[in-house]
Design a binder for this molecule. Structure first.
Ligand code: ZN
Length: 198
């Protein structure tokens, strides 16, 4: 049992709901926040609200963005004939760091995972299909090399190939079970270069 004053207990409760934050860390953060200047706490809480209020999904690629379409979709210099499909917005940041890819992206916002009751309708598959017109020549599937990521890649390939669009999968110099956002740009850049048709 904790014996904190209610406002502290509430703060610890809310912080401990964040991913990777256990009870102990939540307590440490709560006391840190209580120690901060009031103006710093106001900045922190304002930035939380501002991010939540101003960030939305790009209506084209489903990336998180402040303006719609996002800065990548609205960049005329990007090659619209090639779309790289990723699990989430963080993966775009990783890909952009490698600076090799000049096409567009599509964010699935998850992967198909029957174990977790996540089917094709729960991720942005129909949004992807609606983008596939004659101007699109290749879809690169860059889901993570996990069981779910591989299954999602195969599912998408099956849907897209009949549309006469080349479907490739990034090569994985990437360990199975890995997470795209944590790979360095050379690994990612090699993985894109060595992609294979599926
Ligand atoms: Zn976009």
């Amino acid at each position: 049992m904790d014996f904190y004053a209610l406002p502290i207990a509430n703060l610890i409760d809310e912080l401990s709901k964040l991913p990777g934050i256990g009870r102990k860390t939540a307590q440490r953060l709560a006391f840190y926040i209580l120690d901060m200047d009031k103006s710093e706490v106001e900045k922190l809480s304002a930035s939380l609200l501002e991010a939540k209020e101003k960030i939305k999904f790009c209506s084209v690629c489903c990336n998180l963005t402040e303006s719609d379409p996002c800065y990548i979709c609205s960049n005329k210099a990007r090659d619209g004939s090639i779309i790289c499909v990723v699990e989430n917005s963080k993966d775009i940041i990783a890909m952009e760091r490698s600076k090799d890819f000049k096409g567009l992206y599509h964010v699935l916002n998850g992967v198909i995972s029957p174990m977790d009751n996540i089917g094709p309708n729960d991720i942005n598959v129909k949004e992807l299909l609606s983008r596939l017109d004659s101007s699109v020549e290749e879809i690169i599937i860059a889901t993570n090399p996990t069981v779910e990521g591989e299954a999602t890649a195969l599912y998408l390939a099956k849907l897209i190939k009949p549309l006469d669009i080349k479907v490739t999968r990034i090569a994985h110099g990437i360990p199975i079970g890995g997470d795209l956002e944590f790979f360095d740009e050379i690994t990612l850049s090699k993985a894109m270069e060595n992609r294979r048709e599926i």
